[in-house]
Design a protein around this ligand. Structure first.
Ligand code: VYG
Length: 170
């Protein structure tokens, strides 16, 4: 039931934080704490629509569920699932079908499915080598242009080094 789109849908962005090895998650959560990335995430996703998988919804700290100030669209195959503050959709096309800027915020499975429809990726690299069970998609240099490469910075809490990269589909 793939949508009939042949061109990437304009306006679909993806935002993730990953280790050098591509790890984004472990055991249903994020295995690091980099507050500067939380601030970056808030700023990037601003007042758009955020689209996430049900596991990512479950992973949100309760005080952030729903994410404040934006529509929270949750993708699930479970026809009976619902949650306060979540707009439930059962296929990706419905999740991305809006005029507002859409940010796909996780997790691994949704990033993989949404990648063909995205034209922007806002990536945080954390300089950690931690184990995980979920990874971000590889961005192929042929299809993706790195348009901004931030400097390495040091997080104020645990000293973790991190940097922000911006990608655009060529
Ligand atoms: C921030 C984590 C994050 N970073 C980037 N760069 N891309 C993402 N796709 C992403 O994952 C968002 C969903 C998971 O989110 C959280 N997982 C664990 C702890 C905290 C959170 N946050 C804190 C900020 C909060 C706010 F509403 F303030 F934005 C949302 C929930």
């Amino acid at each position: 039931d793939e949508p009939a789109w042949t061109e990437p849908v304009r306006g679909v962005g993806m935002v993730w934080a990953r280790t050098a090895a591509g790890v984004i998650g472990a055991d249903g959560g994020i295995p690091w704490h980099v507050p500067e990335d939380l601030a970056h995430f808030r700023q990037v996703t601003g007042d758009g629509v955020v689209v996430m998988g049900r596991r990512t919804w479950d992973s949100l700290p309760p005080r952030f569920r729903p994410l404040p100030g934006r529509r929270n669209v949750v993708l699930t195959r479970d026809a009976s699932w619902s949650a306060e503050g979540a707009e439930v959709v059962h296929d990706l096309a419905s999740a991305l079908d809006t005029d507002e800027p859409v940010w796909v915020i996780g997790g691994g499975a949704v990033y993989a499915d949404a990648l063909p429809f995205a034209d922007r990726v806002s990536e945080t690299i954390v300089d950690l080598d931690v184990p995980g069970d979920t990874t971000a998609p590889e961005l192929d240099d042929g299809a993706w242009e790195l348009v901004d490469e931030g400097p390495w910075q040091e997080s104020r809490v645990e000293g973790t080094r991190y940097r922000f990269l911006e990608w655009r589909r060529r």
